[in-house]
Design a protein around this ligand. Structure first.
Ligand code: IPM
Ligand code: MG
Length: 375
């Protein structure tokens, strides 16, 4: 079967890292019998928006719907107000395709320097399952007091925001944003996490929340966690507050195998996770709808100041490609990429700047692709 993949290189370093990711996928196609792909590139991102005022049109979504997966570089550009591309493209894709799981493995690869003293690859190797459609990401909120209806309308519709807003300041103004947890939304993410935890040797699942303060929404989260847990008697469970988790990730990462958490905290703790696995250059993520179109991306952003310099580490994107193949059921091809990354790192000749070397983005891509071909 041919895997149809939509490729969205995006902005900043996105196109450079995606090019290397695609290079490695193509090498895998050559090396692994029976694995075939058909890639189609889509232009959505900053340049396309500036040229056409179009973020992600309905036709684009329809085309992407016909694919088996999406491979995304990065989005974000200093010429465009913050939030426009993120909400109009990245979050739009996550929501449109109902990618309700954001799976973020935190895995320290061999030879990668870990900023935690005395910790190595055997200590840092866990999965964060981040709920990906709810919580504070539902965009329910508003601003009130002190503005005319017309001014409010402009603030609300961030996509149409004028670049030079000049709204009078009123000291009484308030803003509010609501976090939503639904029973269904929590259940599907938590069940996915229990399944994952149950498939591992060390069956431990930690739920991360802040139910001591945000007790309306996260008490429902906890209730659902306990209910679903009844179906998994072999999985040892634990609740942890998010502030404590930031401490424990640093102190005892070896305790963690699988974690599950609502959207916002998942966003935050996975940047911390990326650091303890050696930096953003190494952290991939999958936006997964197990029954639909999933999307894979490095969790880093577009890093505009490095764009065009061929210095960014493409490994996060290459590993996102590996996750994509795994999700598509191409386990053999996925395993080949993972092993190639390990081999290149262990040989140590090709290393990008962020991991203590001087190799370029494309040299790293070439090295991994070559290893994939060698097998
Ligand atoms: C991430 C990013 C996004 C998020 C932003 C860019 C909308 O930080 O993928 O972690 O908050 O999910
Ligand atoms: Mg983030």
């Amino acid at each position: 079967m041919t895997q149809k993949i939509a490729v969205l290189p995006g902005d900043g370093i996105g196109p450079e890292v995606i090019q290397e990711g695609v290079k490695v996928l193509e090498a895998t196609e050559d090396a692994v019998d029976g694995f075939k792909m058909d890639l189609e590139e889509f232009p959505y991102g900053a340049n396309h928006y500036l040229e056409t005022e179009e973020l992600l049109p309905e036709e684009g979504l329809e085309e992407i719907s016909k694919k088996d997966a999406v491979y995304l570089g990065a989005l974000g550009d200093p010429r465009i107000p913050t939030g426009v591309l993120e909400q109009g493209i990245l979050l739009k894709l996550r929501f449109y395709f109902d990618q309700y799981i954001n799976l973020r493995p935190v895995k320290l690869y061999p030879t990668i320097p870990c900023p935690l003293a005395g910790k190595g690859p055997e200590d840092v190797n866990f999965d964060v399952v981040r709920e990906n459609t709810e919580d504070f990401y539902v965009a329910i909120g508003g601003r009130a007091k002190g503005k005319t209806e017309e001014q409010l309308e402009i603030s609300r519709s961030i996509f149409e925001a004028k670049f030079d807003l000049d709204i009078e300041v009123d000291k009484d103004e308030i803003a509010y944003q609501i976090g939503v947890i639904s029973r269904k939304g929590a259940e599907r993410a938590i069940r996915f996490a229990f399944d994952l935890a149950n498939s591992k040797e060390q069956k431990r699942l930690v739920s991360v929340d802040k139910a001591n303060v945000l007790s309306h929404s996260y008490s429902l989260w906890r209730e659902v966690f306990e209910e679903v847990g009844e179906d998994f008697p072999d999985v040892e469970t634990e609740f942890s507050f998010v502030d404590a988790i930031t401490m424990w990730f640093v102190k005892s990462p070896e305790w963690y195998e699988t974690l599950v958490t609502p959207n916002m905290f998942g966003d935050i703790i996975t940047d911390l996770g990326a650091m303890i696995q050696g930096g953003l250059g190494l952290a991939p993520g999958g936006n997964i709808n197990p029954e639909g179109v999933s999307m894979f991306e490095p969790i880093h952003g577009s890093a505009p100041k490095h764009a065009g310099n061929n210095v960014a580490n493409p490994l996060a994107t290459i590993l996102a490609g590996q996750m994509m193949l795994d999700q598509l059921g191409e386990e053999k091809a996925a395993e080949r990429i993972d092993q190639a990354v390990v081999d290149v790192l262990e040989e140590g000749e090709v290393r990008t700047k962020d991991i203590g070397g001087s190799s370029s983005t494309s040299e790293m891509g070439d090295a991994v692709a070559e290893k994939v071909r060698e097998g």
